[in-house]
Design a protein around this ligand. Structure first.
Ligand code: ADP
Length: 499
C-alpha cells in the first residue's frame, strides 16, 4: 500500500499540471501544458473548457504512464483556479460556451447595481465576500443571459467551477463541488451546508444547475477506466489558495501563508470560528472534513509577479525575473522612488478597480536599479497593508509562510521580514498548492489519519528574520502611505489612510 502514489491534478490559470507524490509526501515527476488565454474584449478573460479537460487528461496520462499503471495510483487530488465558471450540457457532457475566468471584469456593472440596490451588506454578512466581478455568481448569471445555448439548455444545464468540470469529465457525470470552491461563488452561506436559496434568487442562478456541495476529503467517484487505463478514486478537492494553505501546514488558528505568484493571496486560518472582517478582507472556507468546516480570512493582491513580468516584457528593464534580486542589491536604497503597482486596479484591502499604477519620486539620479528595487519593495508594502487589515480584524500575524514563484527571490523574502517585522519562512518545496491537494487525497486514501499528520511531513523551512533599522522602515512606509493616500484616499476609500 505504502508504495502506491497520489496523483495531483493542479489546474491553474496559465497552465494545467499533473504531479506524482509518494505516500510520504515527496514530490515526484510532473507533466505540464499551457492554457490558451482568450481576451475577447478589454476586461474579459476566457478559457476553453474543452482545452482544460483535454490538456489535464494528457498530463494525467503521462503521469500514470510514469507511475507504471493506474493501479499504482492510490488516489487523485484535484486543486484548481477558483471562481472561474464553466457551463456544460448534462446530456452530452460538452461545454456550452467558453469559461469565464476569475480575472474577468465583465460583470462590473451588475456588481455596481447590486451595491446601489443595497444588497452588499447581506451578501457580505452571509458569504464573507465583497461585491466584485471576481466571484462566480454574476459570471453564471451573465452566461445564462447572454449565451443562447445556455438559456436553451434549461434542465440540461450544468454550472460549476473548474474542479466540478474535471470531476464530471473524469467520472462520467458526477456533479459536485467542494466547500472551499463553493465558498467563492457567493451562492453559499459560509455556515450553510447547501446553496442559499435567497442568494440564488438574488443572483438569479438556478439551483438545479449547481453541483452538490461536498467535503474536501471523501469518496468523490472513480475515473472512467478507459481514460487512465484503470479506475482511480478521486479523494481530495480544494481551491488553489486553500490547498496552498493546507500544503503550508497552516491549519491552526493564527497560522498564515502568502502565495506570491502572478497575484498574491494571503490566508490566515481561523480554525472553526467564522471570520468576520470589517476591513474589507474576505472570509472563506479553508476546508470541510467530516462535515466540519474550518475557515480562513483572506487578502487578495491582484498584482505581484505580474509586475516583474511587466518590467521584463513591457519596459524591457530586466532580462529575467530572477535578475531582480541582484539588481535590487546593486543600490543601497530606492533613491526616493515609490511604485504603486496597480496595473489591474487594487485588490484587498482597497478594492479600487479603477486605480492605475504610477511611479513617484523620479529625479535625474534615478536609474534602472532604483525602479526595479521600488517594484520589488511594492510587494512588501502591499503585504504590510494587508497585515494591518488582518490585525485590525483581530487576526494578527506572528509569522508568515511564503510560497509561489516570487518567493524564490531572497531579496523579497528578506524585505517582507523587514517590513512586516516578522519571521518569514519558506519551505524547500514551494509547490504548496499541489502539496495541499496531495495531503487531502493522502488522508482520503488512508495514508494518514488527519491533515495534521500529513502536514508533519512538511519540507524543511528557511527562515528570514527582520534586520532593517526601524527608522529606515518607518521612512519607507511613510513614503508608500503618502502615495496610497494621494491616489486611493482621494478616490474616497474611507480608512485606507489608517493602514
Ligand atoms: P502562477 O502560479 O500565478 O502562475 P507562479 O507561482 O508560477 O505563478 O509565479 C510566477 C510569477 O513569479 C511570475 O509572474 C514571475 O514574474 C514571478 N517570479 C518568478 N521568479 C521570480 C524571482 N526570482 N523574482 C521575482 N519574481 C519572480
Amino acid at each position: 500500500m505504502s508504495e502506491r502514489m497520489i496523483l495531483v491534478l493542479d489546474e491553474g490559470t496559465t497552465s494545467t499540471r499533473a504531479i506524482l507524490y509518494t505516500a510520504d509526501g515527496v514530490r515526484g515527476a510532473m507533466a505540464q501544458r499551457e492554457l490558451t488565454q482568450y481576451y475577447p474584449q478589454p476586461g474579459w478573460v476566457e478559457h476553453d473548457p474543452k482545452e482544460i479537460w483535454e490538456r489535464t487528461l494528457t498530463c494525467a496520462r503521462e503521469m500514470v504512464a510514469h507511475a507504471g499503471s493506474a493501479d499504482r495510483i492510490a488516489a487523485i487530488g484535484i486543486t484548481n483556479q477558483r471562481e472561474t465558471v464553466v457551463a456544460w450540457d448534462r446530456r452530452t457532457g460538452e461545454p456550452l460556451s467558453r469559461a469565464i475566468v476569475w480575472q474577468d471584469r465583465r460583470t462590473a456593472d451588475r456588481c455596481d447595481a447590486l451595491r446601489a440596490e443595497g444588497h452588499e451588506a447581506l451578501i457580505q454578512s452571509r458569504t464573507g465576500l465583497v461585491v466584485d466581478p471576481y466571484f462566480s455568481a454574476t459570471k453564471m448569471r451573465w452566461l445564462i443571459e447572454n449565451v443562447p445555448e445556455i438559456a436553451a439548455a434549461r434542465d440540461g444545464l450544468a454550472l460549476g467551477t473548474v474542479e466540478s468540470w474535471l470531476v464530471w469529465k473524469l467520472t462520467g457525470g458526477r456533479h459536485i463541488t467542494d466547500a472551499s470552491n463553493a465558498s467563492r461563488t457567493q451562492l453559499m452561506a459560509l455556515d450553510g451546508a447547501g446553496w442559499d436559496a435567497e442568494l440564488c434568487a438574488l443572483f438569479d442562478v438556478p439551483q438545479q444547475a449547481l453541483p452538490a456541495i461536498v467535503d474536501n476529503i471523501g469518496d468523490f467517484g472513480i475515473t472512467i477506466p478507459d481514460l487512465l487505463g484503470g479506475a482511480i478514486p478521486i479523494k481530495g478537492l480544494a481551491g488553489d489558495q486553500q490547498a496552498a494553505t493546507i500544503g503550508q501546514g497552516c491549519l491552526d488558528p493564527g497560522s498564515v501563508k502568502a502565495t506570491l505568484g502572478t497575484g498574491a493571496f494571503i490566508l490566515a486560518s481561523t480554525g472553526s470560528s467564522l471570520p468576520v472582517s470589517s476591513h474589507r478582507l474576505l472570509a472563506t472556507v479553508l476546508c470541510q472534513v467530516n462535515g466540519v468546516r474550518h475557515y480562513a480570512l483572506e487578502g487578495a493582491i491582484f498584482v505581484a509577479g505580474s509586475l516583474i513580468q511587466w518590467l521584463r516584457d513591457r519596459l524591457g528593464l530586466i532580462a529575467a525575473a530572477a535578475d531582480t534580486d541582484a539588481i535590487a542589491r546593486s543600490v543601497s536604497d530606492n533613491g526616493g522612488v515609490v511604485l504603486l503597482p496597480a496595473l489591474s486596479g487594487l485588490g484587498a484591502p482597497y478594492w479600487q478597480p479603477a486605480v492605475t499604477g504610477s511611479i513617484h519620486g523620479l529625479t535625474h539620479g534615478t536609474g534602472r536599479a532604483h525602479i526595479v528595487r521600488a517594484a520589488l519593495e511594492s510587494m512588501a508594502h502591499q503585504v504590510h497593508d494587508l497585515a494591518a487589515a488582518f490585525a485590525a480584524d483581530e487576526a494578527p500575524w506572528h509569522h508568515l509562510r511564503i510560497d509561489g514563484g516570487m518567493s524564490a527571490n531572497d531579496w523579497i523574502a528578506q524585505d517582507l521580514a523587514d517590513m512586516l517585522r516578522l519571521p518569514v519562512e519558506r519551505p524547500a518545496d514551494v509547490e504548496t498548492t499541489a502539496r495541499g491537494a496531495a495531503m487531502l487525497a493522502s488522508v482520503g486514501a488512508g495514508f494518514y489519519p488527519t491533515l495534521a499528520a500529513a502536514a508533519a511531513k512538511q519540507s524543511p523551512l528557511m527562515s528570514f528574520v527582520p534586520t532593517l533599522p526601524d527608522g529606515v522602515r518607518e521612512r519607507r512606509l511613510a513614503a508608500w502611505q503618502q502615495v496610497v493616500a494621494d491616489v486611493v484616499t482621494s478616490r474616497g476609500l474611507a480608512g485606507s489612510a489608517a493602514l
